[in-house]
Write a protein that binds this ligand. Structure first.
Ligand code: CMP
Length: 143
């Protein structure tokens, strides 16, 4: 069973897309094992996006992700890392297929609604950056 870190960015929160997005992952069959509405500090934003630190848009990226609350989540399920990325669509929303989250709701790369871990290593790192172990639950489906 895999876990991934997904984060609805400030644009997704302000456009009231939390319910829509959570619903898509629930209906797909994944389990929500952690979630919180929070502000991202500049320190955490810089760590989260460290791999982009040399890119020209890094400052813009940090400013945006710290500009308002995000909805940080941990989801669990088979192949959840890859499947969630497919459900999100390509980074540039103009290239994202209809039916994907970015394809349906976004237009700009810098405001593309949602972030998702791109590998098992990123998932572990990002979950650890945003969540304490005791903020995550673990349960068997019995109902
Ligand atoms: P995300 O999946 O959160 O990971 C890195 C983010 O950088 C990406 O989504 C985009 O929002 C952002 N990004 C990537 N390329 C550009 C770009 N050319 N200009 C602005 N933002 C970008």
């Amino acid at each position: 069973m895999e876990r991934t870190f997904l984060m609805i960015k400030p644009d997704g929160v302000q456009r009231n897309l939390i319910g829509e997005i959570v619903s898509r992952f629930e209906k797909k069959g994944f389990s929500l094992v952690g979630a919180k509405l929070m502000n991202v500090s500049e320190v955490v934003a810089r760590q989260h996006y460290a791999e982009h630190s040399e890119r020209p848009f890094f400052g813009e990226l940090v400013d945006f992700i710290t500009s308002g609350p995000v909805f940080a989540m941990v989801w669990e399920g088979d192949q959840v890392i890859t499947t969630a990325r497919q459900m999100m669509g390509k980074t540039n929303p103009v290239e994202a297929a209809p039916g994907t989250i970015r394809g349906d709701f976004a237009v700009f790369t810098g405001k593309n609604i949602i972030h998702g871990s791109d590998s098992p290593e990123s998932a572990v790192r990002e979950i650890g950056l945003f969540f304490q172990p005791n903020e995550l639950v673990s349960y068997e489906r019995t109902l």
